[in-house]
Design a protein around this ligand. Structure first.
Ligand code: BDR
Ligand code: CA
Length: 313
């Protein structure tokens, strides 16, 4: 089995926290570092959350770096209504004892990617500010990175932030535009697929039987977003947006991806942050990335739950 090495770029965040746990539970992948960006919560809170979740899973050797605390051009947006005051829903973890590394996230991405050319993937599950900055400052990483898996966008699906835009891309559409047009190999894992992968109340009941700190955390964190999604969008479960982007790295059969001309609206109008694919190639451009548009949803949820149960025990 070839282990896929990756950097997790994240705005922790409930489903980001689940992704950290999913990575730790999956021997098919090796998480080299966690780089934090503003998004679901302010960047500094995201760093605390990342460290606390690692400590919950008794892992302290993975470097966590502070990254960009605001989008490239737009004002800061956070998602307290979806992820709660501290970003982890109803869960409250002890303050972490470990500290972030000194290096800035963008420099850590540069160093890990350039020192391991062709080996390192990035799984980007927050706004793309850190990744865009890394590409602008150190364009050599475009050739050196293996692949970027991005949780973001809504191609044929409505938005979850505005009628048309998905949260991560809406937070920093200019960063998304830089990444999409950089030439870097990327796969978008948009709401089209992530909103099919729901962890349900029944799944939480299975975890509840375990009564361990990790199962308790997953339940308290997820229940918050489940309440939000059912009340505001009639989505009956916790959408596993970010864990699905990680799954794209090591479970290639789960999703059907299409090679497309992918773009984002950066104009300050009603569709700002809308991602779209030029399916008919009106503009006669070459495809610049892949988008996952179909998923074996139940297979993924079953796999995710199995790993969460294993990790909790
Ligand atoms: C994305 O936005 C955040 O709320 C989630 O963590 C996920 O990355 C879904 O739109
Ligand atoms: Ca996220």
């Amino acid at each position: 089995m070839k282990t896929e090495r990756f950097i997790l770029d994240t705005d922790p965040g409930i489903d980001d926290a689940l992704t950290i746990l999913y990575a730790l539970a999956s021997p098919e992948v090796k998480m080299e570092a966690i780089t934090v960006v503003n998004g679901n919560c302010p960047m500094e809170q995201g760093v605390i959350n990342a460290l606390s979740v690692l400590e919950l899973a008794k892992t302290t050797q993975i470097p966590v770096a502070k990254g960009m605390d605001k989008p490239l051009l737009l004002p800061v947006i956070n998602a307290e209504v979806t992820h709660g005051k501290n970003g982890l829903g109803y869960a409250e973890l002890p303050a972490p004892e470990t500290k972030p590394v000194e290096k800035h996230a963008v420099e850590l991405i540069r160093d890990i990617v350039l020192q391991n050319s062709g080996e390192i993937n990035i799984v980007a599950i927050g706004p793309l500010t850190n990744i865009a900055m890394a590409i602008r400052l150190y364009p050599q990483i475009v050739q050196a990175v293996k692949h970027i898996y991005i949780m973001g966008g809504a191609i044929n699906h409505c938005g979850n932030m505005t009628p048309q835009a998905e949260f991560n891309i809406y937070c920093d559409p200019h960063a998304a535009s830089i990444v999409f047009h950089s030439g870097v190999p990327f796969t978008l894992v948009p709401l089209d697929v992530t909103y099919q992968t729901l962890m349900t109340e029944k799944d939480l009941q299975k975890l509840a039987e375990l009564k361990t700190p990790i199962s308790d955390f997953i339940i308290k964190a997820s229940r918050y977003v489940m309440e939000y999604l059912s009340e505001s969008q009639e989505v009956m479960g916790c959408a596993l947006n970010d864990p699905l982007a990680l799954a794209a790295l090591f479970q290639k059969d789960l999703m059907k991806v299409s090679h497309l001309v992918i773009d984002v609206d950066t104009n300050a109008g009603v569709s700002m942050g809308k991602t779209f694919a030029d399916f008919y190639n009106y503009d006669h451009k070459s495809a610049n990335g892949y988008a996952a548009l179909e998923v074996c949803a139940q297979d993924f949820v079953d796999h995710f739950m199995k790993r969460m149960i294993q990790l909790s025990q």
